[in-house]
Design a protein around this ligand. Sequence first.
Ligand SMILES: Cc1ncc(C[n+]2csc(CCOP(=O)(O)OP(=O)(O)O)c2C)c(N)n1
Length: 550
Amino acid sequence: MPDASSTVGDLVAAFLDACGVQTAFGVISIHNMPVLDAFARGNRMRFVPARGEAGALNMADAFARVSGALGVGVTSTGVAAGNAAGSLVEALTAGSPVLHLTGQIERGWLDRGWGYIHEAPDQPTMLKGVSKAYFRVGAPEDALNVLREAVRTALTPPMGPVSVEIPIDVQSTAVGIPEALAPARIVRTRPSPADLDALAEAVAGARRPVLWLGGGARGAESAVLRLADMGIGIVTSTNGRGVVPETHPMTLGAFNAAPPVEAFYGTCDLMAVAGSRLRGNETLKWKLGLPDNRWRVDCDPSMDGRGYASAHFVRGDAVAALGGLADRLTGRLRIDPAFAGDLAAARQAAEEGLRANLGENWSTILDIVKAHFPAGSPWVRDITLSNSIWGNRAVPLTGSRQGVHSLGGAIGQGLPMALGAALAEPGRRTVALVGDGGFALNVGELATLAQERAAVTILLMNDGGYGVIRNIQDAHYGGRRHYADLLTPDFAALCASMGVRHLRAASIEAFSQTLPKALEGEGPAVLEVDMAGLGPFARPFAGPPVRDSD
Ligand SMILES: Cc1ncc(C[n+]2csc(CCOP(=O)(O)OP(=O)(O)O)c2C)c(N)n1
């Protein structure tokens, strides 16, 4: 029965409930209160009040990546929506299904430039630039259909964040809540049987085939496992990590651009790239040598030839394509008997190369992390030296929803992402690798983490400033050091002020003793690692690798 006292805000809450959304993140404001009031009154939503909109949208993004379901972030209009923009860029980069609900000023003053509170000229253009799609609820009677289309768009591959503006007077208008609130069906572009037959024929004819799998392949675990068990080689992008357990003997993991792996590609007679952008920082800016006989599988036809020319293109969802491929290949492969051994040797050489970059102390630290890492837990990483050198590849993941990483390369997102990941996976302890510089950017979200009592362990890699920037200045700017040595908070005091457990390690021994403690117990813990105490990495990291000629 329509309820005469309900508003568009209640309709938003009821529709999200029908979509199965039980957790949302945001910051309350005069321009979103009818929606948040409805969230609270319905008592069906866990709403996480973040300290900033950037953090809130990072939380929603990580929640989506780990749960595989819609992430929801609510902001106010104007500056608040602007604060969310960077996090929406990251969600767009990673293909995360995020619904960004933002207020907008009253319709009667919209676009008039009279100086209404929180007014932003041309906010739609900003949101269009950072989202997969943008919608406005222009009238109360349109609300349900606009929301339904927004959620459908966010969840349809290629997935991404979708922004919906709801003017404040629309939010508070009385409307009936219809009984039929079901979300739209998500239709995935299925590859044509003829294209899959041709791809299967090519792979069956190859003796050393390898699949490069990106974030678009997440969800294809069972098919990829079948393909790997048949003896096909697998390598993933950072965003595709764990689509097959990184411990499987037929995967190179995310060691996708290591020199021994590039040499191995030179011996492969086919590569099929599925659901991956072949990003510049993972392909030596598209100069990484890949096998010439390249197939590309993507639901987005504009990916054909992006970065690398492809010999053949299969239009279709990577998950459906990999399932169809596994079905067609059973019993048909004639893999070179030396292939598995060569792949294993390439991976081992890549791992040894990584160890050589670490040096002895850091190699021991990596062993300690690997020994204690809680199996299956989310592994969240900010842009810090430890991630670029080892965290991005060397801690093996067994599922494609475990890895959450600042894919676009922006610092500051690790702390809020850790909270979003933890709320999506409450039965496990999330582990996050964050530098002191990145930590400072969204440090207010430590209070959100404490308030939500989330099971998160942060490895806070403290080198008193921007380590990678110093390294880049040494490598490319004549050693001139500017703007990278920062005032560093007393993290113990900061944590104490919020009731967060704080531990500290300035030696290998202390690290091996404190890490298990930081991984047990309830609620959040910060293990501050004094980088100076552990000494430098054997090979300084100075930005994503490029070809020497660059
Ligand atoms: C949003 C954003 N601003 C600036 C940068 C440039 N940047 C890249 S790494 C970095 C320093 C990171 O310092 P920290 O988090 O302490 O990690 P460290 O390099 O010291 O390990 C900066 C400023 C960036 N990547 N993203």
